[in-house]
Design a protein. Structure first.
Lengths: 229, 229
């Protein structure tokens, strides 16, 4: 028996990927940038923790509010579809027929399918929401869970590049250790993230590492440049 | 004549929203956090610019690579669907029938639609991609444009909260001006963002402002706490 293996990652894993991608990259690059410009690790630690707090709240709360907005949007479109089905049934019926036409079905089947589908108003509206507007009913509890998962993942990711600075006093020493462990983590993270979506994992690991390295390199270069003035 | 007004924002506007949401929030909160902990604006400017560089690259390049991955994923699933249609036609035909069943159509129409749809292999696979796997063919050029739009929006957004620090020497003075202009910008941005998605714009403006204020407040509080030790 053939087993169908289209990979679909779960919602929680998606949240972790979203939070950790940025969490590993941005605080890493900020710490690297500051390492090229300041002479003690105290400032790097304060800036790094402030960034992690800011980033996790912005991403988590941002995600939460976006989820709420999505729900509002869905409900307002739902109300509108019910209104349209009640007040402009011919037009909405035609839209159902056009959907079946777009699939390449014969006129006979288009009309039969349209007639059956528009018999029940709830089925009809449900169909319009999904296939005309491409809107899935959002889970009201998802927004809160998602916010939490993304925020925590950002914090966990952000503490990786920052942690070396807690144990050394010289920023450059901290930077060397931070670059080492963060690039390894970015590779491992990119590797497993790619496995989830079913694309080449080795390439995925390198891509993630490259993003982090470029962001950190740019931040370091720019900070050195400003500091040099 | 009734005009159908379901609002769909364009891709460019979506990119701007993604980049600017984070650009206005995270550098704002970082600068606020540092204002509570350091005694000159030089460090804040360096950290802020390093963060903007890091964030715009992480978001832009991250978006670009994510777009590429999406394309790879689409192509690998497409190959798999062709393989399945060739090697397991009965199973795949049944999946088409089940789709029409899920719409609530009669067995007669299910079978007719299935028979018509599976006559042409390309139409059939195209259908499976869209309605079994929920995958739309990604535009190969989108990834690059999107990366650029997101990155630039992040920079523009990030320069708003940072700019006051260029003109004052006292961090607390900078913070007061930065809070003022950034909260206004967050409100205006949230207002127009909500208009695009068709939800209440006044509430949307306040939500965006709240996110920024909470992130900045937390960063400020945490930085003060660490500094106090």
């Amino acid at each position: 028996m053939h087993h169908e293996e289209h990979l679909h990652s779960s919602d929680v894993l998606k949240d972790i990927v979203i939070g950790m991608s940025d969490g590993l990259t941005v605080p890493f690059a900020l710490a690297a940038g500051l390492s090229g410009a300041v002479d003690n690790t105290g400032v790097i630690i304060i800036a790094g923790i402030a960034e992690i707090a800011a980033g996790s709240i912005a991403m988590g709360l941002g995600g939460f509010l976006a989820g709420k907005t999505e729900l509002d949007h869905y409900n307002s479109e739902l109300k509108r579809e019910y209104w349209e089905v009640d007040n402009l049934p011919d037009k909405e019926q035609e839209e159902v027929r056009v959907f079946f036409k777009s699939l390449g079905l014969s006129e006979d089947v288009q009309n039969k399918a349209m007639a059956e589908l528009t018999k029940d108003k709830d089925v009809w509206v449900d169909f319009m929401m999904k296939y005309e507007l491409n809107l899935e009913k959002p889970d009201p509890k998802r927004a809160r869970k998602s916010a939490f998962n993304i925020g925590v993942s950002y914090i966990v990711g952000g503490l990786v590049p920052l942690s070396p600075y807690f144990f050394v006093t010289n920023p450059e020493q901290g930077l060397i250790i931070s670059v080492g462990i963060t690039l390894i983590c970015l590779y491992v993270f990119g590797f497993f993230k790619s496995r989830l979506t079913g694309v080449n994992a080795v390439t995925g690991g390198f891509k993630m590492m490259l993003t982090g390295a470029l962001a950190a390199g740019a931040a370091f270069g720019i900070a050195k440049l400003i500091e040099g003035k």
